[in-house]
Design a protein around this ligand. Structure first.
Ligand code: FMN
Length: 241
């Protein structure tokens, strides 16, 4: 009888400790899940998605050129050194192109028809192709392949360190029903970005050329663009040769 009682109490103890162990495991799992969730949201808040988004450094390099000086120097150049742009330079370039200049509204350095913000900028460099995300001032990796030779038909394109590809997202223009009007708005909006890039380059001593000569469909395939996103123009940027 006594032995039976002892066995029962051991069984109860066993049940209790198993339950306690289960509870402890659950707590650990909950804490882990909570930590992962916190890490995920703080990375998102910092503009870094796990794995494939690179936060650009704070924009500092704007030189001291006045608008008049930048306009005086604005020009097209097709002669590029192979020297890469620093992350700081790339950061300034992309912010000038279409960065958010009014965080309270999310509006940008370049205007866009009806504030549709339909132009996406892909950055093609030796180390890969990336999508610029203005709201996070970050680059999202598309591929680690060097796609520069697909970024245009002219010889300098494959050697220059940076090619910006401007692609219009037709879903973002869905309120405009006919395609021709969408293309007109998208071309105008791309032009503003291109001119921002020209002025940034003029102020920093960089060379640049805005280009229409590019196999748009071939490049769209290489960048794995969805059908609604169409390559409009490209712009090569680098230090002068
Ligand atoms: C819509 C557009 C498309 C262009 N396409 C090309 C191009 O494919 N290749 C090129 O070398 N230059 C291209 N350019 C650059 C022009 O040739 C250049 O702006 C023009 O010769 C005037 O020179 P500037 O920019 O120094 O004033 C293009 C310019 C614009 C505005």
């Amino acid at each position: 009888m006594l032995l039976l009682d002892i066995k029962k109490s051991y069984n109860k103890l066993d049940e209790k400790s198993t339950a306690a162990l289960k509870e402890k495991n659950m707590n650990i799992k909950r804490t882990l899940f909570f930590c992962i969730l916190c890490a995920f949201f703080s990375l998102r808040a910092a503009g870094i998605k796990a794995g494939n988004v690179l936060k650009l450094p704070e924009v500092k390099n704007f030189g001291t050129a006045t608008l008049k000086e930048a306009l005086d120097k604005r020009s097209t150049s097709r002669s590029f050194s192979a020297e890469p742009l620093s992350d700081e330079e790339l950061s300034g370039l992309l912010w000038a192109a279409a960065g958010v200049n009014r965080p309270e509204s999310g509006k940008r350095t370049a205007p866009s028809a009806m504030n549709m913000q339909e132009i996406y900028i892909y950055v093609i460099m030796e180390k890969g192709a990336f999508l610029y995300i203005p709201g996070e001032h970050a680059l999202e990796e598309v591929t680690r392949d060097d796609l520069r030779k697909h970024a245009g038909g002219q010889d300098f394109v494959a050697k220059a360190p940076v090619n910006l590809i401007y692609a219009a997202d037709h879903d973002r223009m869905s309120r405009i029903k006919d395609e021709e009007s969408r293309n007109i708005y998208a071309a105008a909006d791309t032009g503003f970005i291109g001119q921002n890039v020209y002025l940034y380059c003029a102020s920093r001593g960089l060379a640049t050329v805005f280009r229409g000569y590019v196999d748009k469909e071939g490049l769209a395939k290489k960048l794995k663009l969805e059908n609604n996103r169409k390559v409009m123009f490209a712009q090569t940027v680098g230090w002068p040769q």
